[in-house]
Write a protein that binds this ligand. Structure first.
Ligand code: COA
Ligand code: AMP
Length: 627
């Protein structure tokens, strides 16, 4: 491949230090780095050691001082509550500085952790940026997680303060958050000193005067706090993500490399300029929300949209078009599942005709594999490029994409396009042999990873090495399988572990199995991901009961479904489970989850040669009504 993309990509790998030093020049540094990349302690690599920065300064104050004070920084649009609020860069900087002062009053300083359990309200972004301002480390936990999941994160991050709100608002109704938070704190060993609670008008949370402070009360005694210089290598945040067990991984993000990579990506990957309106329709609880609702658009001087709603039902499948036209959105980034939902409700795009979308230029999709049907439907309706791009919580920004700001390349359906500059993506076969073009294998990235990707896991260097760097020494294991074609296009086909993506939400089937195994009547269980027309994948459970259990099976299944909802959260969307006599296994006792998924999806499958008893596959088919 020749052309501008090929030239930029080659430069990024041939001389990464020069490449990223040039990108870093776009930002303010209190102290310049000693080295661009410290590679003296492999497999740990650090970007910009010796440098001192503040991410909040670069996201807000730099623009206020540089002429964008009166430009909108953030637009909160909440069709679910009917609220719209707009903040200029000056207003957002002032709100953030004051809330940073409030956190400071509660003893929060550099390196302290602050856990945020927030719905999609502007105060969530304000709290994140306020932590960054103080050099404190935020850890945002998605609102759809249950108290036990929240407690695990509290115990790992040991936050000094937790910031939360009285409720979230979902189409199904108002969800009081405070009882969930109280229960999580009760379950956790590490107790926060204080909780700052935003009272929303939909529900008033009861406060414990010894521990809880209302958001406005916390502000009332606060002075605006200044930005605190931190080392470029200091952590900005921890974001927990599903691992292969029920214990989530605390992905760490640093300050310097993160802001350099994110700011660079806005023009080069997404093709937007400072002043443009950019919308990532995700949630601040996910990496997309961290990177592309809060940090990247602000670092680049864009206007970011914070959307509290769903693609359908709030009030209808036209809400995305309404927001694009009301606020002049140039680029939208969301998950394919959102477009599948819109396509389901408005297949002919009737609602689209009500809005002027002349401002709109590009749609980016990520979070799960984009099926060609959905991409082509979106292309037909919107008449703009629709770009599938691939990334992970760990990487923090796209590994592969059609880089609209460098050189738009032809689209190949089914491929999230080519490696983004900085990412040396390879396919390896068993034992680490490089795969040929078109040959399936493990998708890996040659070390060092570019800036912005995880330097380690929180307090778990060993787990970082074991999870990502051990299988193929010298490479980061993405745990995605796929291939690269002769033109360099990457195809991401499936996960190689037990992670599933349900409506763009990353979940561990292993974590669900741990919950189900605790049911008193369950002897053994398996959870697999099955195809779902709307959500891409959905979990499905198989339960083998203990000998002698003769209770009503429907009742046991209902209890199992409820347990996953209560222990992991509604976001797991665990709704289907079957009682079976046995699970299909290899002779060495490994459950054949892959074969079970194929049966459930009605796909052809080969009976594995290593299977202990092939008759069990027939029993599974029968249980699923596919016999
Ligand atoms: N707080 C509390 N509960 C939440 C929640 C939150 N922040 N987010 C989701 N939930 C609950 C929902 O209310 C729902 O509960 P229910 O079982 O009682 O109905 C459950 O978790 C599943 O929610 P969701 O995954 O949103 O499914 P849905 O069926 O309500 O909606 C879609 C389906 C496709 C419309 C929706 O998943 C969607 O908009 N997806 C976009 C994906 C996305 O933004 N991904 C982020 C990565 S880019
Ligand atoms: P998360 O950490 O939640 O962002 O999930 C990351 C995982 O989602 C990846 O490892 C992939 O399995 C999947 N994923 C994300 N984007 C894509 C994409 N564009 N195509 C295929 N799979 C994707």
């Amino acid at each position: 491949m020749a052309g501008r993309y090929a030239e930029v990509y080659a430069r990024s790998l041939e001389d990464p230090e020069a490449f990223w030093a040039e990108a870093a020049g776009a930002l303010d540094w209190y102290k310049k780095w000693d080295r661009v990349l410290d590679d003296s302690n492999p497999p740990f690599y650090r970007w910009f050691p010796g440098g001192e920065v503040n991410t909040c300064h670069n996201a807000l104050d730099r623009h206020v001082e540089g002429g964008r004070a009166d430009q909108l920084a953030l637009i909160y649009d909440s069709p679910i509550t009917g609220a719209v609020r707009k903040f200029t860069y000056r207003e957002l900087r002032d709100e953030v500085a004051l809330f940073a002062g409030a956190l400071k009053n509660q003893g929060v300083g550099k390196g302290d952790r602050v856990l945020l359990y927030m719905p999609m309200v502007p105060e969530a972004a304000v709290a994140m940026l306020a932590c960054a301002r103080l050099g404190a480390v935020h850890s945002v936990v998605f609102g759809g997680f249950a108290p036990k999941e929240l407690a695990t994160r509290v115990d790992d991050a040991k936050p000094r303060v937790i910031v939360s709100a009285s409720c979230g608002v979902e189409p199904s109704g108002v969800i009081p958050y405070k009882p969930l938070l109280d229960e999580a704190i009760r379950l956790s060993d590490a107790k926060p000193d204080k909780c700052i609670i935003l009272q929303r008008p939909q529900v008033e949370a009861p406060l414990d005067p010894a521990r809880d402070i209302e958001w406005n009360e916390a502000l009332s005694g606060a002075e605006p706090a200044a930005c605190v210089p931190v080392a470029a290598t200091d952590p900005l945040y921890i974001l927990y993500t599903s691992g292969t067990t029920g214990v989530p991984k605390g992905v760490v993000r640093d300050n310097g490399g993160h802001m350099v990579a994110l700011q660079w990506s806005m023009k080069n990957v997404y093709g937007v300029d400072p002043g443009d309106v950019y919308w990532a329709a995700s949630d601040v609880g996910w990496v997309v929300g961290h990177s592309y609702i809060v940090y990247a658009p602000l670092l680049h001087g864009c206007t970011s949209i914070l959307f509290e709603g769903k693609p359908v039902g709030t009030p209808d499948a036209g809400v995305f078009w309404r927001i694009i036209s009301d606020h002049g959105v140039r680029v939208l980034f969301t998950a394919p599942t959102a477009f599948r939902a819109i396509k389901r409700d408005d297949p002919e795009g009737e609602l689209l005709k009500k809005y002027d979308l002349s401002c709109f230029e590009t749609l980016f999709l990520a979070g799960e594999r984009s099926d060609p049907d959905t991409i082509q439907w979106a292309e037909r309706q919107l008449k703009v490029p629709v770009i599938d791009h691939w990334w992970q919580t760990e990487t923090g920004w796209p590994i592969s994409a059609n880089c609209m700001g460098i050189e738009p390349l032809p689209v190949k359906y089914g491929s999230p396009s080519v490696a983004v500059p900085g990412w040396d993506v390879r396919v390896l076969g068993p034992g680490g042999a490089p795969a040929k073009a078109g040959e399936m294998g493990a998708l890996v990235i040659k070390l060092p990873l570019p800036p912005g990707s995880l330097p380690t896991l929180w307090n778990a260097d060993d787990r970082y090495i074991e999870s990502y760097l051990t299988e193929f020494p010298g490479y980061y294991l993405t745990s995605d399988a796929g291939y690269i074609d002769e033109d360099g296009y990457i195809y991401v086909m499936s996960r190689t572990d037990d992670i599933i993506n349900v409506a763009g939400h990353r979940l561990s089937t292993g974590g669900m199995e741990e919950v189900l195994a605790a049911h008193p009547d369950v002897a053994e269980c398996a959870v697999i991901g099955v195809h779902d027309k709307l959500k891409g994948q959905a979990p499905m459970g198989f339960l083998v009961l203990k000998a002698g259990v003769d209770r009503d099976l429907g009742e046991i299944v209902s209890e199992a479904v409820l347990m996953v909802r209560e222990k992991i959260g509604p976001v797991a969307a665990f709704k289907q489970a079957y009682v079976v006599a046995r699970l299909p296994k290899t002779r060495s006792g490994k459950i054949l989850r892959g074969t079970m998924s194929k049966i459930a999806d009605g796909e052809p499958y080969n009976t594995p040669a290593t299977i202990d008893d092939p008759a069990i596959l027939e029993e599974i088919k029968e249980a699923l009504g596919k016999g």
